[in-house]
Design a protein around this ligand. Structure first.
Ligand code: HEM
Length: 281
């Protein structure tokens, strides 16, 4: 039974990584909510050390300091990789932080997540920093090369079969830099010391930018998947990638689309409530 459940989870993670990670991580976050609140600093240290190891390995790769490759170490390698590739951890975590804002705060499990929203935002910064470090160094610079001379890029990169597909994914990589700047502003202002310095009103005004971040996250993900699907479908053995691409896009549309509907409904409900209070005062 346990083996069957485990195999089912592994299968789901392989086929629909984002949506299954989103659901599993939601359960984990709820289960760990008390511990995250109580030992927030330990969690920051844990994810901070992972990001530091990623930085070390990154520098090692650039300057060939040591033959050790941290990604080859069992378990640790997987943890490091999952903190660079957003789909298994950083993305579902951001989606939870976003989604919980559209739910009824009176529900006990929603309350539990809302109570640690700030801590989760700080934790999410570590995988995003690692992701950005690697992606800005490689994909962003590659995207700049592509848009500055498309013909030369297509000629130099034989794997690039569809110019349109490469345009989509590279537009997604360029958008990453906007996401990075926006996220850094929101992340730094999540820390209590900065929050207090800014004051409540200024802080709230800045945090409203998180809606733009969510919208751009959606666009980043969709551009990448459309681009990869188009480039790969032109290449060999495309079918499996197309199915996975469609599942990834459908999952992202489902999560972000349902969030949008719930958030608009909540805003309407809140404004009706405010109007009633004003009427009776
Ligand atoms: C210039 C900076 C960036 C570049 C070039 C870039 C590029 C990429 C690439 C190549 C992937 C797919 C592989 C992987 O998961 O690592 C990806 C995925 C992703 N990135 Fe970025 N990224 C950048 C910055 C960011 C930032 C700052 C965020 C968040 C605030 C972010 C959020 C995501 C998400 C959520 C995914 C998963 C998309 C999905 O699988 O549907 N990226 N990015």
């Amino acid at each position: 039974m346990v083996r069957l459940l485990f195999e089912g989870i592994v299968y789901l993670l392989g086929q629909a990584e984002f949506i299954s990670s989103f659901i599993i991580l939601t359960f984990i976050v709820i289960l760990l909510s008390k511990s995250i609140k109580r030992h927030a600093r330990s969690y920051y240290w844990f994810f901070g050390i992972i990001s530091f190891l990623i930085l070390l390995q990154f520098l090692n790769g650039l300057f060939h300091i040591s033959p050790v490759n941290l990604y080859r170490i069992p378990v640790l390698g997987k943890i490091l990789a999952s903190n660079i590739h957003m789909v298994g951890f950083g993305f579902p975590l951001l989606a939870i932080i976003m989604y919980v804002g559209a739910l009824n705060p009176k529900r006990p499990w929603v309350k539990k997540i809302l109570n640690i929203r700030k801590e989760l935002s700080i934790i999410s910064g570590f995988p995003i920093l690692s992701h950005s470090l690697i992606r800005i160094t490689y994909n962003f610079t590659d995207a700049l090369k592509f848009f500055s001379d498309k013909d030369a890029y297509m000629a130099q990169n034989e794997w690039a079969k569809s110019e349109m597909g490469i345009s989509f994914s590279n537009a997604g990589y360029l958008l990453g830099i906007v996401l990075f700047v926006l996220f850094m502003i929101l992340w730094i202002t999540s820390f209590d010391s900065i929050h207090q310095k800014l004051g409540k009103h200024k802080w709230k005004r800045i945090q409203r930018w998180s809606y733009l971040l969510y919208a751009l996250l959606f666009v980043h993900s969709i551009l990448l998947h459309i681009g990869w699907m188009m480039s790969r479908s032109m290449g060999e053995g495309g079918n499996e990638h197309i199915v996975q691409g469609i599942i990834a896009i459908a999952s992202t549309v489902l999560v972000f689309g349902s969030y949008l509907i719930l958030r608009i409904r909540k805003a309407q409900k809140d404004s009706r409530k405010k109007a009633r209070v004003l009427l009776h005062s």
